[in-house]
Write a protein that binds this ligand. Structure first.
Ligand SMILES: Nc1ncnc2c1ncn2[C@@H]1O[C@H](COP(=O)(O)OP(=O)(O)O)[C@@H](O)[C@H]1O
Ligand SMILES: [Mg+2]
Length: 403
């Protein structure tokens, strides 16, 4: 006969060989694999080794009695889930209650009816199977959940990257202009250098050499300036971001502001950065935080320039203010504009994907900002300024000093 490995194991424990034999014959139907023990210590050793699915346990035994065996099983995390059915000639209520108190799931009085034993065992085994299946399902579900979150995270990353690329596309004209300036300067300085080289009159040589050196230095500085712009673009469009790191918000903000100024020139706006002397270090994904800040600044600039005519009289109304402050847990960054303000129904819609009031807008900026900031463990929000325009803010968790 082929013994199926999938059969449940039932451990039978009784000190009386006669009883053990009857019990064995009762359950020897081929449904279960039967294990036998004639005292408490052996029962525990077998339980530990074979992890049976059910134990039929006699109460009165020399040495360790059934209650003690059960107690020992229940105190072992690896064995405590094995159901125990007590078997005993003690048919008083007290011993039954004690059996349940010790963690038994059922109680069979001796002498037993074989059919009763068979059906009680079958019931416990069925429950056991259901329980195992449930556990397995739970495991699968939580594995699915983790997978789902990983997928969501990958999607957020991709969307963020796509959005950074598209921002760069929109800012391309500004960048071209930004790089063109040093390039023009480089051309001019090279001309000057050539001219200085061409001038060979003796009395000018020393002075020319000095001037040549100055010119070359300026040329070098301009080429640095150009490559810095390109470096910054590269950093920004980088695909996989570096994940969470610890960084200081001041330098990140001043980087982003410099970056956004390229845009500010296009929009005729200007950006003012006002920071406290010191801010705690935060822990977040720096590129994503840059991206959020840049989005908010660009929105603010767009809001400002879209109603420029109305306030043309106030030069300062063109300015977007970027500030930051800290409380115990977070650093809060604010982007404040004096633009045309929000639509009345903005509250419900603002952070929804594809909500836009702009002809060329995509409406994913703010919804992306929200999901990026939430992924950092921060919050994002806005308020209508009392005088004019809107303030958007977000928070970043302060890096735990104890770590
Ligand atoms: N600073 C702001 N002032 C006024 N309205 C704003 C501001 N920022 C965002 N909005 C509104 O929210 C909408 C959605 O913004 P966003 O998600 O960045 O998409 P987009 O900029 O492509 O329109 C904008 O179209 C605009 O109506
Ligand atoms: Mg936007």
């Amino acid at each position: 006969m082929v013994v199926s490995e999938a059969r449940e194991q039932v451990l039978l424990v009784d000190d009386n060989p006669q009883n053990l034999k009857i019990l064995y014959d009762t359950l020897d139907s081929g449904h279960y694999r039967l294990l036998l023990a004639n005292n408490g210590e052996k029962a525990l050793a077998i339980a530990e080794k074979s992890k049976p699915d059910l134990i039929l346990l006699d109460i009165m035994m020399p040495g360790m009695d059934g209650y003690q065996v059960c107690e020992t099983l229940k105190s072992n995390p690896l064995l405590r889930d094995i159901p125990v059915i007590f078997l005993s000639a003690l048919d008083d209520v007290e011993s039954k209650v004690k059996g349940f108190e010790k963690g038994g799931v059922d109680y069979i009085a001796k002498p037993f009816q074989p059919r009763e034993v068979v059906s009680r065992v079958a019931t416990q085994i069925k429950l056991r199977r259901l329980e195992q299946a449930l556990k397995e399902k739970n495991r699968e579900l939580s594995a699915d959940n983790i997978e789902m979150q990983q997928k969501l995270e990958a999607q957020r990353e991709q969307l963020a990257h796509f959005s950074r690329l598209s921002t760069m596309g929109e800012m391309a004209a500004g960048f071209a202009h930004e790089v063109n300036q040093p390039l023009t300067a480089i051309t001019n300085y090279s001309r000057v250098a050539h001219r200085l080289l061409g001038d060979e009159s003796d009395d000018n040589t020393v002075m020319n050499k000095k001037m040549l050196e100055t010119t070359l230095n300026k040329l070098e500085a301009q080429s640095h300036r150009a490559s810095e712009v390109i470096q910054r673009i590269r950093g920004f469009v980088k695909k996989p971001t570096s994940g969470k790191t610890q960084f200081d918000v001041q330098s990140l903000l001043s980087d982003v502001v410099q970056f956004a100024e390229v845009d500010a020139k296009n929009n005729r706006g200007q950006i003012t950065l006002e920071l406290p002397y010191e801010l705690p270090i935060v822990e977040a994904d720096a590129i994503q935080v840059q991206q959020v800040t840049l989005n908010l600044i660009r929105n603010a600039l767009e809001a400002t320039s879209s109603c420029e005519q109305e306030h043309l009289a106030h030069e300062d109304s063109l300015s977007v203010l970027v500030t930051a402050k800290a409380d115990r847990e977070f650093v809060w960054v604010e982007v404040k504009d004096k633009g045309c303000g929000l639509a009345d129904d903005a509250e419900e819609k603002l952070f929804h994907p594809f909500y836009t009031t702009k002809g060329e807008g995509m409406g994913i900026g703010l919804s992306l900002c929200q999901s990026l900031i939430q992924a950092q463990g921060g919050k994002i929000g806005f308020r209508r300024n009392s005088d004019r325009g809107t303030t958007f803010y977000f928070s970043l968790p302060i890096a735990d000093a104890s770590e």
